[in-house]
Design a binder for this molecule. Structure first.
Ligand SMILES: [Zn+2]
Length: 390
């Protein structure tokens, strides 16, 4: 057997949605708890289960196994599946965060090991030595903050009102020193910080500018948190269903609301900058942030149409490659170069390889082992394909 149906674990984080997964995929939510994420992959924290006569965790099946991962994947990415694939359903904002690049992750992980910080400690920043680039593909309208706005936009927003605790710091922004400005903001404490948030909110409540309205909205969830000012610094984007964006290492971002597919490198390294009850380490966060800016219009990935009928969203990393397939347009067999996970977004698809055939319905996924040379698709709807680049 080379294609395996999967049973995927659900994460009940408090920001999750009560009904998004049941509305999109007909998954019953018997627990009555928020359903935040569905994980598809071999992450030891919550691996998918391979449905066979003897069910087994996907990491147990594939880790270190050249037959399943492919020799090339073992050599390039190590012992396990290089990516983690998720469905993410946010009813309210997630924390503002940045992920380290590979060197930072290795240095941070080694250092915390050296200091004897337990891997599961509350204040542990680096849980592994890998980077965590992310790609998000919207299934419903999906709102997020991603990357610093162009400086002129930031200045215009901050200058709509006089915010006394920032009066001097704004000159850094005028000089183009975003790092100094952001550091100043993140290091405000006590009465100064409270004063700033209070001043900002009293203006936000009167403003009809979308960025300032977002400040009000964030404050409903995290009253008084300095992170509520983030919409003034960061692009606020709404992806329409079928649009995708990439989040590179060192990009400050936060998912706000909506349901999406998310694919990332296999890592758990998150440095937070507010809107959270979890650990926030400002100096370490500042070390990882890239202080460059990006225009809203440049955030979306341009879909690339392949001859075999798939639509690729190419991100500048090798850990994962994400595409969407509409089986009715796919005529040729799909060649397998590395281990894959296929997820049925809508409709119904049969995946055939040799004698084997597996049917997927919305919300269901399968693992395609690297020993599969190629497979053919029949059916209709939309299938999401996740693999890595060798
Ligand atoms: Zn993230």
């Amino acid at each position: 057997m080379a294609i395996f149906p999967l049973e995927n674990p659900v994460q009940h984080y408090d920001w999750g949605s009560l009904n998004a997964m049941s509305e999109l995929f007909g998954m019953a939510n018997e627990s009555g708890q928020p359903v935040a994420e569905l994980w598809m992959g071999a992450h030891p924290k919550a691996p998918s289960i391979v449905l066979a006569d003897d069910p087994v965790a996907l990491n147990v099946l594939v880790d270190g196994q050249a037959a399943h991962l492919g020799q090339g994947s073992l050599a390039k990415f190590g012992q396990t599946l290089p990516f983690l694939f998720k469905v993410l359903a946010a009813a309210r904002p997630l924390s503002i965060q940045s992920h380290p690049n590979k060197q930072q992750a290795l240095a941070g992980f080694t250092n915390e090991n050296h200091l004897g910080v337990p891997l599961d400690a509350f204040h542990r920043n680096y849980r592994d030595d890998n980077h965590k680039p992310e790609l998000v593909y919207a299934l419903t309208p999906f709102r997020a903050m991603n990357g610093f706005r162009p400086l002129a936009e930031m200045l215009a927003l901050f200058k709509m009102v006089e915010l006394k605790p920032l009066a001097e710091a704004l000159c850094w922004l005028e000089e183009g020193n975003l790092k100094a400005f952001y550091e100043h903001l993140m290091n405000l404490k006590g009465a100064e910080k409270e004063g700033l948030v209070t001043e900002a909110l009293s203006f936000a409540e009167t403003s009809d500018h979308p960025a300032w309205q977002e400040v009000c909205r964030l404050n409903q969830f995290y009253p008084g948190d300095i992170g509520v000012l983030s919409p003034l610094l960061l692009n606020v984007i709404e992806l329409t269903p079928g649009q995708a964006m990439f989040l590179k290492a060192g990009t400050l971002h936060a998912y706000l609301e909506g349901t999406a597919l998310e694919i990332m490198a296999c890592s758990d390294n998150v440095l937070r900058g507010g809107l959270t009850n979890k650990h926030v380490d400002v100096p370490e966060l500042l070390k990882t942030i890239e202080f460059d800016t990006i225009a809203l219009a440049d955030l979306c990935l341009k879909p690339e149409q392949e001859e075999n009928g798939e639509t690729r969203f190419v991100a500048p990393v090798d850990d994962f490659l994400f595409s969407i397939i509409e089986p009715e347009r796919a005529c040729e067999p799909f060649e397998v170069r590395s281990a894959e996970i296929l997820f049925c977004v809508e409709g119904r698809q049969a995946i055939r390889a040799g004698e084997q055939s597996i049917e997927l319905t919305p919300g269901r996924a399968c693992f395609v082992s690297a020993m599969t040379e190629s497979y053919q698709l029949e059916g209709s709807g939309r299938l999401a394909r996740a693999m890595s680049v060798l």
